[in-house]
Design a protein around this ligand. Structure first.
Ligand SMILES: NC(=O)C1=CN([C@@H]2O[C@H](COP(=O)(O)OP(=O)(O)OC[C@H]3O[C@@H](n4cnc5c(N)ncnc54)[C@H](OP(=O)(O)O)[C@@H]3O)[C@@H](O)[C@H]2O)[C@@H](O)CC1
Ligand SMILES: Cc1cc2nc3c(=O)[nH]c(=O)nc-3n(C[C@H](O)[C@H](O)[C@H](O)COP(=O)(O)O)c2cc1C
Ligand SMILES: Cc1ncc(COP(=O)(O)O)c(C=O)c1O
Ligand SMILES: [K+]
Length: 541
């Protein structure tokens, strides 16, 4: 029986998964969802650990499948952030007063959110697997408080924080923050006990000395501490293992509006602006500018005419400023996966496929049924595109399309094709090759009418793969059809729209492993005694 894989809303099954899965260890599992018509809850389970080599600094870091989703949202935010507005020193102080006066916020609340934003921004770029040792240098005011809060969150994110907090205040908010850190056994280091060169003992230096109330020239001991950060930025930053500097709100020592006036100030790698960037942030030229403080009410936005980017999803921070420079040649993943052995695999490749498909579903991957379909027409030139798998069983792999499209023509000339699944986040790829036939009209009819009505109209409108003069023709035709079928009557399936089924002759299951020594198990079909049998071979990676 064809198992139909359709996009539907989440069911109780998802709730069940959400409860069970977080308690599972980080080993692969195989879950058989009772039905494929279940969308997995996003972001709850990563069956394999995986590391990514950072293209900025060549260090490796953990990657989760959820990052892809977040990245899309961040891209939208980045586009919107190009016209972000900046605050003067006075405006920053006024906003502060307004928030904590008529708008009813307490300083504790804002500091907690600010510190959390800083910690999440750091986590976005510098993963604790590579940047574990964090020194937060905290000043006497609220900027210092943000640093203390950030350090606590970083501790819970898996970092090892240290604090240098030379000018403490006796206010209960601050003594509380210190007690919280001490209860986590976070070490406090006196200025005189800090190494003269900070580069060997720490991976991240959080500059939480001064925020928007800074004025004049830094007084001791902060002048010396700032100098230590300046010295660091003069070192060879491309050196492997060199620490990075993250400034909270203002790079300490910089003029709040003019920036690094003498040019001898600190050069942070990351700036986390809070509430809205201050004018000096225009002079920030480091690779990572983030905005934090997701608490600005519309009243403040309107009053100060603030143009702020939207925060993606439930994130506490958003990247702003220019997109980071990426060294393409340094972009690479180091795959770490559990063993994939001949003894463990199913004798039937379809069963093995379903097992891996279920893993991809359980891992919360987006559209695990998206597959590259490669066809070759009579000219012998291959072409590939993504289509959605809509069913799989012993008879083969099914997708739906326009029979008059390029792929349709190529398949009519040469009924052989290859499918490719790539499941990022579980380090797996599956290749399937075989011969292709159209599915029955009945099967196509049935599937066509299961689609959202908009997509049914879309299939009529789109003469797929033909040249059109502009989007407007699609919209006009769509509008006409929408009107025609506004009474809810049956939308007839175009004759040239339907499904294909690939009957597999060859499979390859690939799983990424360290040092590029990946697993590759190939299933090839043979007929023995008039029975189809599958031979399994391991291929060199
Ligand atoms: N809504 C918001 O906006 C939010 C703001 N938040 C955070 O608050 C920050 C602003 O905090 P803030 O006002 O306490 O000032 P901040 O800059 O930390 O330091 C003032 C201290 O530094 C001292 N000092 C000044 N100059 C000096 C010098 N040259 N050399 C030596 N010392 C100097 C000054 O002493 P004074 O000179 O006044 O005697 C005072 O003790 C802001 O940037 C953000 O991080 C978030 O927590 C929440 C949301
Ligand atoms: C995620 C994704 C899923 C897609 N699914 C389908 C599909 O199921 N059927 C389809 O005809 N086109 C699908 N497309 C569009 C195809 O990639 C392609 O643009 C279209 O089929 C025309 O290809 P052709 O000119 O090579 O025939 C999908 C594209 C993406 C990115
Ligand atoms: C052109 C086209 N046809 C068909 C599909 C499959 O869509 P559905 O899941 O609605 O069948 C897609 C999906 O992206 C598509 O782009
Ligand atoms: K700072």
């Amino acid at each position: 029986m064809l198992r139909s894989i359709t996009r539907r809303t989440q069911t109780m099954t998802c709730l069940l998964f959400t409860r069970i899965l977080p308690s599972l260890p980080n080993t692969p599992i195989s879950i058989s969802p009772p039905c494929y018509s279940v969308l997995p809850p996003l972001g709850f389970y990563n069956s394999n650990s995986r590391s990514r080599i950072c293209a900025f600094c060549s260090r490796s870091s953990e990657v989760t499948p959820q990052m892809g989703e977040k990245m899309v949202a961040s891209l939208e935010s980045m586009q919107a952030s190009e016209s972000v507005s900046y605050l003067t020193q006075k405006q920053a102080a006024d906003v502060d007063e307004e928030l904590m006066g008529p708008l009813g916020f307490s300083v504790d609340q804002l500091m907690e959110l600010a510190g959390l934003s800083v910690a999440t921004s750091i986590f976005e770029v510098y993963k604790p697997s590579e940047y574990s040792r964090v020194l937060a240098i905290c000043g006497p005011g609220n900027n210092g408080g943000d640093g203390l809060v950030a350090a606590r969150h970083l501790y819970h994110f898996g970092y090892k924080p240290f604090i240098c907090y030379p000018k403490r205040t006796s206010k209960t908010l601050y003594t509380g923050l210190v007690t919280q850190l001490e209860s986590l056994s976070v070490p406090f280091i006196a200025v005189e006990d800090l190494p003269s060169d900070l580069s060997n003992d720490f991976d991240i230096l959080v500059d939480a000395m001064f925020g928007f109330s800074f004025h004049g020239a830094p007084r001791p001991p902060f002048d010396g501490l700032i100098q230590k950060l300046v010295n660091l930025s003069k070192q060879d930053q491309s050196r492997k293992g060199a620490p990075v500097t993250v400034s909270i709100d203002i790079p300490s020592g910089w003029h709040v509006e003019e920036g690094d006036v003498g040019g001898n100030g600190i050069k942070p790698d990351m700036l986390v602006s809070l509430t809205a960037p201050k004018l000096c942030a225009k002079k920030f030229s480091g690779p990572h500018h983030f905005l934090g403080g997701r608490f600005v009410p519309p009243f403040i936005k309107d009053k100060y005419k603030l143009c702020l980017p939207p925060y993606p999803g439930s994130s506490m921070c958003v990247r702003i400023g220019k997109p980071p420079q990426v060294n393409i040649s340094a972009l690479r993943e180091n795959y770490i996966s559990p063993e994939f052995l001949e003894e463990q695999v199913d004798a039937d490749p379809i069963d093995q496929f379903l097992k891996w498909f279920n893993d991809a579903i359980a891992a919360g991957l987006k559209e695990p049924n998206a597959m590259a379909l490669s066809t070759v027409g009579k000219d012998g030139k291959p072409s590939s595109r993504i289509v959605l798998l809509k069913g799989v069983d012993k008879d083969g792999f099914v997708w739906f399309t326009n029979y008059e499209s390029r792929k349709g023509h190529e398949l009519s000339e040469n009924p052989h094709a290859a499918l490719l699944f790539y499941w990022d986040g579980v380090n797996r790829q599956v290749r399937v090759e075989g011969s292709v036939q159209k599915v029955s009209e009945e099967e196509s009819e049935q599937y066509f009418h299961s689609r959202p009505r908009g997509s049914q109209l879309g299939a009529i409108v789109s003469k797929q793969s033909t040249v059109i003069p502009g989007r407007h023709v699609l919209h006009q035709e769509y509008k006409n059809l929408e009107e025609k079928f506004s009474d809810g009557s049956l939308i007839p399936k175009p004759e040239h729209w339907g499904g294909y089924r690939l009957k597999p002759e060859l499979f390859e299951f690939w799983q990424g492993q360290q040092s590029r020594l990946h697993d590759r198990l190939r299933y090839s079909s043979e007929v023995v005694d008039e029975r189809l049998v599958w031979k399994i071979d391991r291929l060199a990676p």
